[in-house]
Design a protein around this ligand. Structure first.
Ligand code: HEC
Ligand code: HEC
Length: 262
């Protein structure tokens, strides 16, 4: 049934027709076919999520375009969660869904995956939280659920989060030189980038000062493993901290304290 759905996923009519015929055939021997009833229900239940998953990926890959009213900058989820959330040590979202609900230090209480995604909008997206039952939240949650292999089980993915680095003190002066030589060609001399292809790293197009990335240590961990995009893994830990310190000396949007429970 799942295979059938996959092949015909572009054709809602075909699936609907199949289910109607199936329902009619059930009328002739319902008591003999309990397993098939379950299959039929699964088919109907899986149909909507399949569309939602596709929509979720689209929003994930171009958030300012497809969730415009909730985004205050020019960043997509995909700009930090590289490879549509599948790249190791770029905060991948593989096998994540089953870890929720989870205690959240910033919020100070246990939160659902939907609330975690709302939080991304108020911080990384410098915008507003979409309602829990809105399309962006439902679609992004469906997409993140789809990244859990073998179902949603609650086993953390081994390349979750970012790489480990010892905490070093960054030198923003040296970071400025590194930025000019190795980063500015893509991210711009004023950190403005060229969205949507090349994301901003500071200024009004960037994440706000409540975001996870607004932490020099986290940014250094992101940078050392993922940047420069053309030759990742070529910076020393000290260079990663220096360039993160320089980026953090630049202005960015302010987190709206009205959203502090997200
Ligand atoms: C500016 C970069 C950036 C953007 C944009 C961004 N995120 Fe994140 N996200 C992060 C970082 C960094 C973390 C890890 C935060 C931490 O450890 O505190 C994170 C964590 C998460 C987590 C929890 C992951 C875990 O392992 O616990 C989820 C879920 C998430 N982001 C979803 C999203 C979604 C959905 C979007 C788009 C609406 C988004 N993020 C946009 C940087 C970003
Ligand atoms: C060849 C172009 C290129 C170069 C050079 C480059 N980046 Fe990036 N950077 C990207 C792209 C594209 C992304 C979005 C993620 C992806 O697709 O890899 C990104 C994402 C980022 C992000 C997370 C998203 C954001 O905008 O906050 C940071 C931080 C970052 N880069 C910092 C750096 C730093 C620091 C350097 C220099 C050491 C650098 N990058 C060099 C292209 C580049």
């Amino acid at each position: 049934m799942v295979e059938l759905l996959g092949k015909r996923s572009s054709s809602f009519a075909a699936v609907t027709l199949f289910c109607m015929v199936f329902a009619v055939s059930l009328g002739h021997g319902a008591d003999k076919a309990p397993v098939k009833i379950r299959d039929a229900n699964a088919a109907v239940a899986e149909h909507e999520p399949h569309d939602l998953v596709r929509q979720g990926k689209r929003i994930f890959d171009n958030t300012p375009k497809y969730a415009r009213q909730y985004v205050g900058n020019k960043l997509s989820c995909n700009d930090c969660h590289i490879g549509s959330g599948t790249t190791a040590y770029a905060a991948p979202l593989i096998d994540l869904a089953g870890l929720f609900p989870m205690y959240n230090k910033r919020a100070g209480h246990v939160i659902s995956l939907a609330t975690r995604v709302q939080e991304c909008f108020t911080r990384s997206e410098a915008g507003q939280p979409p309602p829990v039952d809105s399309v962006p939240i439902r679609a992004l949650v469906a997409y993140i659920n789809s990244l859990s292999r073998n179902g949603v089980k609650g086993q953390p993915y081994k390349s979750r989060g970012l790489v480990n680095l010892p905490a070093l003190k960054g030198d923003p002066e040296n970071g400025k030189v590194i930025y000019a030589v190795l980063c500015s060609a893509c991210h711009g001399f004023n950190g403005e980038g060229a969205p949507p292809a090349l994301p901003a790293v500071w200024g009004s197009r960037s994440f706000n000062d409540g975001a996870g990335m607004n932490d020099p240590t986290k940014m250094a961990k992101f940078i050392i493993h993922n940047m420069p995009q053309s030759s990742p893994g070529t910076l020393t830990p000290q260079e990663a901290f220096d360039v993160a310190a320089y980026i953090h000396s630049q202005p960015r949007p302010k987190f709206n304290p009205a959203y502090k429970s997200y």
